[in-house]
Design a binder for this molecule. Structure first.
Ligand code: RIB
Ligand code: CA
Length: 343
């Protein structure tokens, strides 16, 4: 064989082996979200996932939380167009929590999970891409059951879709590889106050019964609660570094987050869902502790409060142990985030 030909052949073989290895190592995930366009954390978490070759997004499922499920779906479809990744399927999920009813407190507090308002036009107009026909729950169950032990669920909104999937198929929980959750606040660890009631975190409080089902399901869980979110601090300096390179994603961040920093240059934003996603890409970014975590589902003053302990305690006999993130390497995390959205 001619020498140059042999060299090309060798290069081709090495390249194929490398790309195969890369695709074989990608972590298959289902991204379950109460999505809203930036500056919401869900959208920044999706940006990170979309630009991270370590992850393979099998599909995105929407749920009512920050806003209605219609708004979550409309915004996520548009985001996929902006990111030029319309090939990723989107499935519409639960429009209401399992049990939690709309109340005066909910209406006066943060979040529009109970809303019936039609979604507003996202930046650049409504997407031409449309959601898939089937339900989010069927997609989650079918995907996991077709690849037992392989699929990681990333749940960064109320846990309604996840709980319904667990209930729909008895072998579902034992077939999920891992469930990564942004939710809860653990008072036994530093920075463990709630953000919607004194002790409850928003995602768990919107659907406490669903969180209860998910946390007791037996699925291996990585919990990213408010304790770790509170180790983040996105200020104007980091924001300026983020938008210093022009890409479709940084342009969107500039148009949305930028306005907030113009109005209040001293403002510091916490990151929530972004940390849950980053911890799958690089687990060394977070420090975790093994705790038993359970959720209160009594409709009283502690509705939706998560409690974590090193040992089980009376009433939490069915609680399971999980990794609970409590610290973050913030500079390394935000540098990775910036590098990814600039791709
Ligand atoms: O408490 C933080 C969680 O609720 C995040 O998932 C964020 O999106 C907010 O709505
Ligand atoms: Ca969220």
């Amino acid at each position: 064989m001619h020498k140059r030909c042999a060299r090309y052949l060798l290069a081709f073989v090495i390249f194929s082996a490398w790309t195969n290895a890369l695709s074989a190592e990608r972590i298959p995930i289902i991204f379950d979200t109460d999505f809203v366009m930036p500056p919401s954390d869900d959208s920044m978490a999706l940006m990170l996932a979309l630009r991270s070759p370590e992850l393979e997004i099998l599909g995105i499922t929407t749920v009512a939380g920050n806003e209605s499920v219609e708004r979550a779906t409309s915004d996520v479809l548009r985001m996929l167009e902006i990111a030029e990744q319309e090939d990723i399927p989107v499935y519409v999920g639960a429009d209401m929590p399992l049990v939690h009813e709309k109340s005066d407190f909910a209406v006066q507090s943060y979040g529009n999970w109970y809303s019936n308002e039609p979604p507003p036009e996202p930046p650049g107009g409504f997407a031409t891409k449309i959601a898939e026909q089937g339900s989010a729950v069927s997609f989650i169950v079918d995907t996991v059951m077709s690849r037992p032990g392989e699929v990681t669920l990333v749940a960064i909104g109320p846990m309604t879709n996840i709980a319904q999937a667990i209930r729909a198929e008895p072998k579902f929980a034992s077939s999920v590889k891992q469930l990564v959750i942004m939710g809860g606040a653990v008072a036994a660890l530093p920075d463990g106050a709630g953000n919607i009631t004194p002790n409850a975190e928003f995602n768990f409080w919107v659907d406490p019964e669903a969180a209860y089902v998910a946390l007791r399901s037996g699925i291996p869980i990585e919990l990213s609660p408010l304790n770790v979110s509170r180790k983040s601090a996105l200020d104007i300096g980091w924001y300026q570094k983020m938008v210093a390179v022009d890409t479709p994603l940084t342009r969107l961040l500039k148009d949305t987050l930028g306005r907030r920093f113009e109005a209040d240059p001293e403002r510091v934003w916490l990151m929530y869902d972004q940390i849950a996603v980053a911890s799958i890409i690089d687990p060394t970014l977070v420090t975790s502790e093994r705790l038993y975590v359970d959720v209160n589902i009594d409709h009283g003053i502690s509705y939706g409060v998560s409690v974590g302990g090193r040992k089980q305690w009376p009433g939490a006999e069915g609680a399971q142990q999980m990794n609970v993130q409590n610290d973050l390497d913030w500079p390394r995390f935000i540098e990775m985030f910036i590098e990814r959205v600039q791709r």
